[in-house]
Design a protein around this ligand. Structure first.
Ligand SMILES: [Zn+2]
Length: 263
């Protein structure tokens, strides 16, 4: 497809109003939408519409692909892109959806083929490959706030990390100074989580983030969007680095909801 029509098709998708059923699914399955302002909501729907149209959605393990599945997953992924200079996760051609936890041949992100290990998974993000998700968990997490846990945001944060060509917990930054600040803060915060995990201390960040720096960024992203006030309180420098990268201030959204309206 020529570049021009590709671009104009995206523009059309991103600006046309979504259907009533699309809105209804957001109301039921994406509680975070209530924290956004009118402009953010409109852009979120636009990005999600492009993701729904451009990705190949593959049903696995008896799951079916319908509008509810697509909208629920796409809006959660779209939230990450809201203020980023992005290309709609263009290295993700396919989104595979299982009904729940699934047994998948584990494949190292760098490996060319599956290894012999297998275990039960809720989701995966393959390097230059698909995102794989459990529908039960994608839906459940979209309906929850304050948990610090969101499967869709976790897996798509891995895809942002991979944009640099490495899986090193560092998505592309704008300037050299941003890279330096990112490395300084993220390294010390990762060490802090590793210590807390070894000592069995609970933190705002899930202990799974201590697995490696790639998982650390993905777990930080979950907490940043879904448990922002607690993260800002416990890890202010980490929160600030993520705020600068994503160009969003979720803690402010939570505060305004607390004071001005109930959700
Ligand atoms: Zn992960």
């Amino acid at each position: 497809m020529p570049f021009f029509s590709h671009k104009s098709r995206r523009r059309k998708l991103a600006t046309q109003p979504v259907s009533d059923s699309f809105e209804q699914i957001i109301r039921q399955n994406f509680i975070y939408d209530r924290l956004l302002d009118a402009d953010e909501r409109q852009r979120l729907r636009g990005i999600a519409s492009v993701l729904i149209a451009e990705k190949y959605w593959e049903a696995c393990g008896g799951q079916s692909i319908n509008e509810e599945v697509q909208v629920t997953i796409a809006v959660q992924a779209a939230l990450l892109l809201l203020e980023l200079d992005h290309d709609f996760f263009s290295d993700v051609q396919s989104i595979l959806v299982y009904p729940g936890a699934y047994v998948q041949q584990q494949r190292d992100m760098w490996a060319q083929g599956p290894t012999s290990d297998s275990s039960s998974n809720l989701g995966e993000a393959w390097f230059r490959g698909p995102v794989i998700l459990s529908w039960a968990d994608a839906k459940h997490h979209g309906q929850q706030l304050g948990t610090g846990h969101n499967l869709v945001m976790h897996e798509f944060a891995h895809k942002l990390d991979m944009l640099s060509g490495y899986v090193d917990g560092t998505p592309p930054q704008r300037t050299k100074a941003d890279y330096e600040r990112w490395h300084t803060v993220m390294s010390s915060e990762f060490e802090r989580l590793c210590r807390a995990t070894q000592q069995g201390r609970q933190t705002v960040l899930r202990h799974y983030g201590a697995t490696n720096v790639g998982e650390f960024f993905a777990v930080c992203t979950e907490a940043f969007f879904t448990n922002a006030l607690a993260l800002q309180n416990e890890n202010p420098e980490l929160y600030e680095v993520l705020r600068s990268y994503y160009g969003q201030d979720p803690a402010k959204r939570f505060e305004s909801v607390t004071w001005h309206r109930s959700i």
